[in-house]
Ligand binder design. Sequence first.
Ligand SMILES: Cc1cc2nc3c(=O)[nH]c(=O)nc-3n(C[C@H](O)[C@H](O)[C@H](O)COP(=O)(O)O)c2cc1C
Length: 226
Amino acid sequence: MSATAEQQIEGLFSMPLDEAMRTQRAIRRLKDDPVDDAIVLQLIELALRAPTGSNAQNWEFLVVRDRAVKERLGALNRQAWNLYGGIGRWLNRNEPKMLRLMDAVQWQADHFAEVPVVIVACLRGPRLPFPPVMSSSYYGSIYPSVQNLLLAARSAGLGAALITLPLWSTFLARRALGLPWSVTPCAVVPIGWPRGRYGPTTRRPVGEVVHLDRYGNRPFRDANGR
Ligand SMILES: Cc1cc2nc3c(=O)[nH]c(=O)nc-3n(C[C@H](O)[C@H](O)[C@H](O)COP(=O)(O)O)c2cc1C
């Protein structure tokens, strides 16, 4: 890495891990200000610290900056969102929180091509249909790296979100991205400087989701049973 690139990223990735984990969230409203290659490459370098099945390291990351390509991917995102979002809005018509989330998804759909960088995380090689664990191993070889990428983006103060709607048809997504058949797009991460701010995420309490020794035995729930 050149000395200038090193200066650009110095100190960007030093946030304490628990702070990054607690405040990393889907940030969809992004400025169109540029994000330098040096930062993007460092995000991906940190993503590559993740494990892969058999240490195959069969990942490929497509960094999309070309507006025409972003428009093609954005069109796929919109197609899926028009259907899914319409149903979602109706189902959540009395849930202000969900409706706010959907406004953010709509914003992202409307501004997809203006996002400075879109990273598409892909896997090389076939997904074997049998035994069923092969599917866990397959996608399990890309999502840890995507989470690393999201945490690194959080540390750098960049907004990012893991999305899959643009991949509703891997056939069309491959065509939009010029991917060969041997490469499967698995996750899309639009990245840019956030318009809003980061804040803590709302998640289910730990005692509610932890079972001890056998399913259903949840001794860590609090007094309210959560
Ligand atoms: C596998 C997966 C696919 C997702 N796909 C989309 C998507 O297509 N569009 C989108 O806006 N968010 C997508 N999300 C993001 C979730 O909606 C988001 O993580 C969730 O709403 C929690 O948001 P928060 O982290 O801001 O609390 C996806 C998340 C996961 C894990």
